[in-house]
Write a protein that binds this ligand. Structure first.
Ligand SMILES: [Fe+2]
Ligand SMILES: [Fe+2]
Length: 215
């Protein structure tokens, strides 16, 4: 295992085992297994990403926590919507797109730091204003939010879904989202993180299968 991957996964394991985070991860796991797995993968990728851009220790923790909890609002979305195979109706899409708002509210009531609330609330905003829920533009979307978004998009692309095989070249798909994603951060991600993200994914699969004991 490479040093960057090992350091990243060490940060990931420590963060996810924090009781307040574990509480919400358990909620996601019992609501929808795929949601739980996606959250872990985004968190693991964020841990590696945090190391590649040399964040402060405080920002590293914010980034990994934000990535682990970014979709927590989906615990309030009907499983039938989350698990639907095939396209959503427009009513279902509207309901699904409420999850950043739901996550923000859940964590606010739980007393979380405003910086984490921001990551959860804004992870679907896009720099060109095409995202949701607020259609914010770049100037209102901070660096850590942009990083969580990259981890979220990449993990969603490399996950296997029952209705589609995972695309062969996720970075190519992301490289044409230039108006939506942060270009320089995407450059760092593509260069130093994407490959390690696949290793993190293999690590999580082994752990899920019981072949590894998390420490
Ligand atoms: Fe989301
Ligand atoms: Fe997500």
């Amino acid at each position: 295992m490479s040093c960057e991957l090992e350091l990243g996964l060490c940060l990931f394991q420590k963060t996810r085992q924090t009781p307040r985070i574990e509480y919400w991860l358990n909620k996601m796991q019992s609501h929808d297994l795929q949601l739980f797995q996606h959250s872990l993968l985004a968190g693991a990728i964020a841990s590696v990403f945090a190391r590649s851009v040399s964040l402060s220790t405080g920002d590293e923790l914010l980034l990994v926590t934000g990535a682990l909890l970014h979709d927590v609002g989906k615990v309030l979305i009907d499983r039938l919507i989350l698990q639907k195979n095939g396209p959503l109706t427009s009513a279902e899409r509207i309901e699904l797109e409420r999850h950043p708002e739901f996550g923000y509210r859940l964590l606010k009531e739980d007393g979380w730091d405003p910086a984490i609330l921001e990551l959860v609330h804004l992870h679907h905003e896009r720099l060109d204003g095409s995202g949701y829920p607020h259609r914010f533009h770049a100037e209102k979307i901070g660096r850590l939010v942009r990083m969580v978004t990259l981890c979220d998009v990449f993990s969603a692309l490399i996950e296997e879904r029952s209705y589609r095989p995972s695309p062969r070249r996720p970075l190519e798909i992301m490289s044409v989202m230039t108006s939506e994603l942060d270009g320089p951060l995407f450059g760092v991600f593509a260069e130093g993180v994407a490959e390690l993200a696949f290793s993190a994914q293999r690590f999580l699969k082994l752990e899920m299968s019981g072949a590894l004991i998390a420490n």
